[in-house]
Design a protein around this ligand. Sequence first.
Ligand SMILES: Nc1nc2c(ncn2[C@@H]2O[C@H](COP(=O)(O)OP(=O)(O)OP(=O)(O)O)[C@@H](O)[C@H]2O)c(=O)[nH]1
Ligand SMILES: [Mg+2]
Length: 341
Amino acid sequence: MPAIMFLDEARIKVASGNGGRGSVSFRREKFAPFGGPDGGNGGKGGDVILVADSSLNTLYHLKFRRHFAAGHGDAGRGKDCSGKAGEDLVIRLPPGTVARDVASGELIVELANGVERWTVLQGGRGGRGNARFKSSTHQTPREYEPGGEGAHLELALTLKLIADVGLLGMPNAGKSSLLRSVSNARPEVADYPFTTLTPHLGVHAFPPNTQIVFADIPGLIEGASEGKGLGTRFLRHIERTRLLLHLVEPYDPGGLSVPERVRLVRHELQSYGPELSGKTELLVLTKMDLGPKQEEISAWEKEIGAEFLRVSAVSGAGLPEMLKTVQHALADLEPARLETP
Ligand SMILES: Nc1nc2c(ncn2[C@@H]2O[C@H](COP(=O)(O)OP(=O)(O)OP(=O)(O)O)[C@@H](O)[C@H]2O)c(=O)[nH]1
Ligand SMILES: [Mg+2]
């Protein structure tokens, strides 16, 4: 059940490891009972590292675990042996995850645009052993340093999926059907609203080596920006897309005309904020196999002031043309901006 397995917000507490303390030790050999100092340094504490893992597309794996700690460094030992370094804590996250410091609200890192690995906390330093305190005037030092302390941090993680194209529209517009027809994804499709409860990604490959990633999100209804339906909470997953495909079906059981439905969805986008209202949008009339007449379509286009791409997920009509248009549009568009600190 993908609906239950999806999570795009999580809070976790992380701690880096303490450094190990330095050792106080003196060489003891058969014929040198008062040998020099040989206490080794403590090992460094483990770091906390966030790593983007493209096999993940949810934060669900963090749902039941809140505390994570790196390993402590071992204490130094005699014979100039350094303590073992503490193990680093590696937290795997889906690409597109934004990490903020809960205490200050500050942006720490976004695992996007080539940032795949980020050390959020350094482990404590290893303390120096007494061997390091030896000098010509100080032959038998008993000093050592304790290890440096590790640090703590509470992280607020927010996932914003990374996709090229966002599929958008009212419930039942045919978003998931379109995603199925053009990609490898298999989201559920059904003739009731809110079939899709969580975002899905699908990849369309253009041989030999181009691909377009589509994001399908739950349908929007009037008042979504005030929390109606599933609200606009999933819109953040199309914030990073470069292009929106706004899907509208020709006939609506609710009785709203095509232009009315287009305006409604645009209004919800606008209420969400500039991240989305400024994006390039292509209008797509779906379910062309239901046979809307040319005069009807022209009247809708005239009222809206834009033309539709026309497709049918059932017959496949219009899909190659739509993909070509999308490909060309993407070639002209800048990558989406990332989060601002
Ligand atoms: N005749 C016809 N029906 C279609 C077409 N595309 C989708 N449908 C039907 O329309 C209904 C809704 O399709 P979905 O793909 O689930 O729509 P959606 O926009 O993802 O809906 P939500 O996830 O609820 O927002 C289903 O019954 C589909 O079989 C099409 O091209 N032609
Ligand atoms: Mg759907």
